[in-house]
Design a binder for this molecule. Structure first.
Ligand SMILES: Cc1cc2nc3c(=O)[nH]c(=O)nc-3n(C[C@H](O)[C@H](O)[C@H](O)COP(=O)(O)O)c2cc1C
Length: 174
């Protein structure tokens, strides 16, 4: 059994959130079936066909232009100093994936905390995943950054750990 945390990150903020979410999932690990692994994988390395032993997928990325990134917005980020890989984002992973209708999936994103700033990669990813055939995909949390390159807002790492622990509770056998 394993939980997969797949992330896209251009400036490193979503990566840090993904690691914190995984810590939270592991913290709930005492309740998991013994031997449950929690792996954090950059989206470019995530297999399009998830191994059968994956029991939950958590997937997230940065919000770009009110939605998931595209090649052009990732190129923009690189022009602005990002060091992440522009080749593939979660949008492209979802497009190419082999869906599993029975797999619990939760999305997450990072966004700039500005009043009246609409748009969330997590929201659009959940819609795209369901359309693709991941019927159980749910929009999860947004985590806030101060600007394009961060930093993460105060206590977002703590909140990400708590959210990881919360979603992992669903794995607990009844
Ligand atoms: C091209 C571009 C477009 C962006 N558009 C938005 C946006 O529409 N809404 C938003 O909240 N943040 C936007 N941002 C800020 C990103 O959300 C921020 O860079 C990201 O959360 C940082 O995560 P990362 O370090 O994992 O890349 C944009 C950033 C870039 C580079």
């Amino acid at each position: 059994m394993s939980v997969l945390v797949v992330y896209e990150s251009m400036f490193g903020n979503t990566e840090a959130i993904a690691e914190a979410i995984a810590e939270g999932v592991r913290r709930e690990g005492a309740h998991h079936p013994p031997g449950t692994e929690v792996a954090v994988v950059p989206v470019a390395e995530a297999p399009s066909r998830l191994p059968d032993d994956v029991t939950m997928l958590l997937i997230g990325g940065p919000t770009h232009a009110f939605s998931m990134s595209r090649e052009s917005t990732r190129a923009d980020a690189v022009r602005q100093g990002a060091t992440g890989t522009p080749r593939i984002g979660i949008r492209e992973w979802i497009d190419a994936s082999e869906p599993r209708a029975d797999l619990p999936v939760h999305t997450f994103d990072t966004r700039v905390h500005v009043r009246m700033m609409p748009g969330s990669a997590a929201k659009q990813a959940a819609i795209a995943l369901r359309r693709k055939g991941f019927e159980l995909a749910k929009r999860g949390e947004s985590f806030w950054v101060g600007g394009k390159d961060g930093p993460l807002s105060h206590d977002e790492i703590v909140r990400a750990r708590a959210w990881g622990a919360f979603v992992a509770e669903a794995l607990t056998p009844a």
